[in-house]
Design a protein around this ligand. Structure first.
Ligand code: PLP
Length: 374
């Protein structure tokens, strides 16, 4: 069985350290806040090269809290790529603003900087650059447009912990970076968890207050905030995993290379492309084919698990389709029918990767044989 994700297998490789880190939190009963949370915030900021890190409850809250902390006029418009998880746009609506979907780049599936300008009007205040599948968005082009129109750039780094754009880690380039540590992410906790990073001390302090009931002292509340905090057990897990993140990401890149070598030119496959200025961490290895459903089924019969990220472009979801006519994002809509994700992660051996490659190749060989035999 080649699993898409093997969280238990990963746990076994780091069990003594995880068990000890979690026991320590239990011994101290430091469940909310406390030493483990502070230590992770400091370590994660240092790892990224960020000045400030605020642990929060999850990656969706992280985006919402940043938007709230930016104090945009109610009903502001925020640009969001049409290919992402719904959290990227949901957070905009929840914060009292309007998501405006933009089409994606043909090669990298991240927001297309050329497309965003036509979506900007007087109400536009921010753009969310989602570093999708682990590949950084085209930050210099986005930054150039953002500067010209005075937009805040928020980096949604939920899928790209540790990825680099030029020499910098993602999350440190825009006004703020938001992270999700959902268990299946490339840096994952053992429950919901997230973080906000920024170079701006005022913004960081405001995010921290919002995430903790607007609190400045035990029962001293400056304003109404909310409850979205990173807990001690999750922080303890994350600190153990953070030490492995670069080597796990490097292994993902190795696997991506093996897939590239094995699958280039096979059938109608479109393989992922890494832009020269980025260090893609391959949270997901996403390919495109017109034969998606048949290929997934074929691989499932060979005990190979695949995924689809995402089967529907955001503007085409039921949640948004009443406003759909406003947002034409033809590329994202078309790709949604073709994308599929092959298994990737440090749980895969070279032999397993070779088996996936064999499976995909034999699907196309058989499909071609069937065509020739017709
Ligand atoms: C997972 C994800 C989120 C949301 O994170 P949660 O921790 O699940 O709330 C946001 N954006 C993207 C791109 C994601 O993949």
């Amino acid at each position: 069985m080649i699993r898409f994700l093997d969280l238990y297998g990963q746990y076994l490789t780091i069990k003594p350290e995880i068990d000890e880190a979690m026991s320590k939190v239990l011994r101290e009963s430091a469940f909310i806040g406390g030493e483990a949370v502070r230590a992770f915030e400091v370590d994660f900021a240092a790892f990224l090269g960020a000045e400030h890190c605020v642990g929060v409850g999850n990656g969706t809250d992280a985006i919402e809290i940043v938007l709230e902390a930016l104090d945009l006029p109610p009903g502001s418009e925020v640009l969001v790529p049409a290919n992402s998880f719904i959290a990227s746009s949901e957070a905009v609506t929840r914060a009292g603003h309007k998501p405006v979907f933009c089409d994606v780049d043909a090669a990298t599936y991240t927001i297309d900087p050329e497309g965003i300008e036509s979506r900007i009007n007087q109400r536009t205040r921010a753009v969310i650059a989602v570093h999708l599948y682990g590949q950084p968005s085209e930050m210099s082009a986005i930054d150039e447009v953002a500067r010209r129109f005075s937009l805040h750039v928020i980096e949604d780094c939920a899928q790209a912990s540790g990825a680099r754009y030029l020499a910098r880690r993602v999350g440190t380039i825009g006004r703020a970076g938001t992270f999700s540590f959902y268990p299946g992410k490339n840096l994952g906790a053992y429950g919901d968890a997230g973080a906000i990073v920024t170079q701006d001390p005022v913004l960081a302090a405001r995010c921290r207050k919002i995430a903790n009931h607007g609190r400045v002292g035990k029962y001293d509340h400056e304003f109404e905030g909310r409850n979205s905090r990173l807990d001690g057990l999750q922080a303890a897990v994350l600190s153990v995993k953070l030490k492995r993140l670069d080597s796990w990401n490097a292994r993902r890149r190795e696997i991506a290379e093996l897939y590239g070598d094995g699958l280039r030119g096979v059938g109608d496959l479109v393989l992922p492309r890494e832009r020269a200025d980025t260090n893609h961490v391959f949270h997901l290895y996403v390919i495109r084919t017109a034969h998606r459903e048949a290929l997934i089924e074929y691989l499932r019969n060979r005990d190979i698990e695949c995924g689809v990220h995402y089967p529907t472009a955001l503007p085409d979801l039921r949640a948004y389709c009443s406003q759909q006519s406003e947002w034409k994002t033809p590329r994202a809509s078309r790709y949604a029918a073709e994308v599929m994700s092959l298994p990737i992660g440090e749980h895969l051996t070279d032999a397993m990767v070779a088996e996936v490659v064999r499976g995909v190749r034999s699907y196309f060989a058989e499909a071609q044989g069937a065509l020739a035999g017709e």
